[in-house]
Ligand binder design. Structure first.
Ligand code: UD1
Ligand code: BG6
Ligand code: NA
Length: 365
């Protein structure tokens, strides 16, 4: 049921304060994290030589958003695999690997084939899925249900933010034996409990994003530059724009800008730069300066109160978002980009919930 909404994608975007709440329900306890599905396996995970994240599409992007904080809180190296590419390469998976499979539906063929492959190779296989009873949930050794509620729009939105939150809780649980990072973990846990409130706040940008969309309807292309925690936000924002609004869009690592993408910059090509507060902020400010000096048409996403810092002459359009704990910022930052993709699709007259040629769940290879 869409209720008062025009489309499922719109409903699911606006549902995020609630879906984030249900994802965390019963799992943040006594200042710590309790994940029933993992607790028996934490010791094995801590002993593993590597964590490999495996997924497709939006689920891959969610894992990428989690990579940095999982490495930080667990001290274990994390590598990323697109499921089909792991299979194409028959890439190495070892007995002392923890392979984490991320899939909203739990039925994506490539992800399930990669799971069979990792099981054959003897890795501990962990599932992160929205679907209780799915093939992924059944075939993995253990895992975590994201409990975001049924997602109907083909473009994944609320599952993405809930997947990141589940992986944040997983990182906290794995790292919970480390005394040196106790204060950091406490800060993240308190950040998690305030996320639903900040998600509600950032959703108030809806009409601003509609206005921004109307200024972009005739563009041929849209670039999104991110780095660090928000490289995934750039990829996922661009994926939303291309899959539903049917507009060419690429997410790019800002650190790679000079090695190619800079050649595209002119007065016409719209570029979103994600420059919210974190350890990469000063580097992103210098990216903005370099793009402005080439007359780039910029839309800057910054933390509330930073407008004058990132856009000294008022020369960029701004998306101001509430600041949360740095590693959780991707959960907030993607929401305006989901809204932008949604409005762009409606204004361009395309099918929001069933984009041409795409399926919610790709169950064939
Ligand atoms: C579980 C119950 C939940 C109940 C809670 C109370 C289920 C599905 N969940 O939630 O209803 O309120 O206990 O303590 O009954 N698993 C996999 N692979 C996956 C995902 C999960 O093997 O991809 C396994 C887990 O290891 C676990 C089980 O499925 O054994 C349930 O996982 P999850 O729902 O995340 O566990 P709880 O949050 O403890
Ligand atoms: C399809 C969907 O391509 O599968 C995407 O259209 C989704 O939205 C991708 O991200 C992966 O799906 P899942 O269910 O494995 O997360
Ligand atoms: Na299982």
């Amino acid at each position: 049921k869409k209720g008062s909404y025009d489309h499922f994608m719109q409903k699911e975007i606006h549902e995020q304060p609630h879906s984030l709440t249900t994802t965390m329900r019963g799992r943040l306890k006594d200042g710590g994290v309790l994940l029933g599905g993992l607790k028996e396996h934490l010791k094995t995970i801590r002993r593993s030589r590597r964590v490999v994240f495996i997924g497709c599409g939006t689920s891959y992007n969610a894992a990428l958003a989690a990579r940095t904080f999982l490495e930080e809180l667990s001290g274990i190296p994390v590598t990323m695999e697109v499921a089909s590419d792991l299979l194409d390469r028959q890439g190495p998976i070892y007995r002392d690997d923890t392979a984490v499979f991320v899939s909203q539906s739990g039925e994506t063929a490539d992800t399930l084939l990669a799971l069979d492959y990792a099981l054959e190779n003897g890795a501990l296989c962990v599932g992160i899925t929205n679907t209780v009873g799915s093939s992924l949930s059944r075939k993995t050794h253990c895992g975590i249900h994201i409990n975001a509620g049924c997602e109907i729009g083909v473009a994944s939105t609320k599952a993405y933010t809930s997947q990141i939150v589940v992986m944040a809780m997983m990182a906290l649980a794995i790292g919970s034996d480390q005394i040196s990072s106790q204060a950091r973990r406490e800060a993240i846990i308190s950040g998690l409990s305030s996320l639903p409130r900040y998600a509600s706040e950032v959703l108030k940008l809806d009409s601003e994003m509609k206005e921004l969309a109307s200024s972009l309807i005739d563009s041929e292309s849209l670039l999104v530059f991110g780095r660090g925690y928000n490289y995934a936000t750039a990829l996922e924002g661009a994926l939303k724009v291309k899959e539903v609004a049917l507009m060419h869009s690429e997410g790019m690592l800002a650190g790679e800008m000079k090695h190619g993408p800079l050649a595209l910059v002119d007065e016409n090509l719209p570029i979103i730069v994600i420059a919210t507060r974190d350890a990469c902020f000063s580097k992103q400010k210098s990216v903005i300066q370099q793009l402005l000096s080439r007359k780039g048409r910029l839309i800057v996403m910054c933390s509330k109160g930073d407008a004058s810092v990132v856009s000294p002459s008022g020369s960029c359009r701004l998306i101001e978002v509430p600041e949360v704990a740095d590693c959780l910022q991707p959960v907030i930052n993607i929401i305006p980009l989901q809204l932008l993709a949604y409005h762009l699709t409606v204004l361009r007259g395309f099918n929001v919930d069933q984009p041409r040629n795409l399926a919610k769940s790709v169950t064939t290879q």
